[in-house]
Design a protein around this ligand. Sequence first.
Ligand code: N01
Length: 536
Amino acid sequence: MSTMPTKVDILIVGAGFSGLYQLYHLRNLGFNVKVFEAGRGIGGTWYWNCYPGARVDSDASNYQLSIDGLWQNWSYSEYFPDWKELREYFAYIDRTLDLGRDISLNTRVVAAEFDEAADEWVVRTEKGDTVRCRFLSFCTGFASKPYTPKIPGLDTFRGIMHHTGTWPQDGVDLRDKRVAVIGTGSSGVQVVQEAAAVARQVTLFQRTPCIALPLVQRKLDADAARKLKDGQLKTFDFRKKTFAGHSYSFTDMRPSDFSPEERKEFYEQLYARGGFIPLLCGFREVYTDDDANDWVYAFWRDTVRARINDPRLQEKLAPAVKPYPFAAKRPLLEQNYYDVFNQSNVSLIDVNENGITRITPKGIQTADGVEHQFDIIVLATGFDAMTGSMTQIDIRGTEGVTIFDKWTAFASTYLGMMTTNFPNMFFVYATHGPTAFSNGPTALEIQSDWVIHCIQYMRDHGLSRVHPKKEAEEEYTKLVNDIGNKGMWSKAKSWYTGANIPGKTIQHLNFTGGLNVYADMCRENEEKGFEGCEFS
Ligand code: N01
């Protein structure tokens, strides 16, 4: 791959979907662009998250870039591809678009400082290399800073212990092992399913039950793939016009339009279609109306309980009383998660009743004094999401302020892509974008197009510096938080609001008004000459 440059027009940090999309387009516009990637391979999330069972929850036709010449010759073999196939897709992107020559792998950016005299960023890597660039684009995603809770004795464990977000590239064999999984988010659920099939014993340490919807996996044979391809251009066009960037969206139907039996039948049909369909094609009122939310939760709970034999586990996994509003935490997708708890090799410890007191050399000790012995401990404990991907880097803008200093008390951005005092710096699929509420490729393409056009505009107008006006940033940040407050996201503790990280300010970190609304805002902003930005 690429040799280390000393100066480029644009430096992109991260070789996931966003980084590759931007590299391709900016290079075609004649800019000198390089990508620095911390991993030894491209793929971003799909490089790091190679834990057993890792799989995307967007469907095949939506989980791809819309670059012409790329989509025509690629088909996934499953409707919800796993990490291995996603890596094959990334390799295909690399080959087809000849991107590798501009990507430096194994190159972690640790610091960046804005040189005010030159209007340039000076970027430093972990190995001590320095590169100057006019524009700096963070394509570091929303989940690149893993979170590990400070459990006493963590470093004393003598078995194998890994966080799902930094899983060893050569894998860990779970066969016939005693496996502990801490965490019940998307990562924990996927590991449990996979481990249950091969491990001698799987013990899940649960703090909060997750609300997982059926994935409904399907193989995509040649005929199915051709059908998706026939509709692909329509999919790319339509997905930008929907709330969550998928090729389906809410209808105008309300719970009151249905009798209780019809309502149930309607949701059964949505469940049978799988994925996020029940979430995004059901009643929109679920997000604002307590009764509608209660009804959908009860439907989910009863459907799940019917799959679990043990009444104690029914109550643990799908409690009678809803633990938080339906969809207030990110819903996840499962294949046989609830069924595996009927197996004799799978058990659950509720840490609210019997907390983890320490990790020991042999396993995990709980409050009742029992030492549970394990060969492998899987930390599926999530991420310092959204802001963490950037605040973990020493980024210094004008006046010596770091992004960590600026965002620690309260994150503020303009359009979820720029922030004042950090000129010529962009970020996408991150803080204040439609990020967690959208299909990745749709959101990052909308945002990246805005970034690319802004850079192009500056070149065309002979400008060397841009940053958002303070008032514009304040207004946008207020909008993000005002819209967020109208939903029920604050009624659950999750990474949506920073509540999963002890001490982190609780705030709305995503634009929850809908990707379609966000896309319109970006388009109008661009039509008005990037209103709210200050150029010089
Ligand atoms: O992380 P999470 P994740 N003791 O934050 C628990 C994407 N993703 O990696 O709920 C015990 O959701 C914590 O408990 P609680 C996707 O967007 C996608 O699973 O806070 N438990 C929670 O259960 C996803 O939403 C896929 O009470 C502790 C879990 O750890 C996002 O990444 C796959 C604990 C963390 O869940 C993050 O998902 C993977 C403690 N001290 C990830 N501390 C796809 O399928 C934390 N927990 C595409």
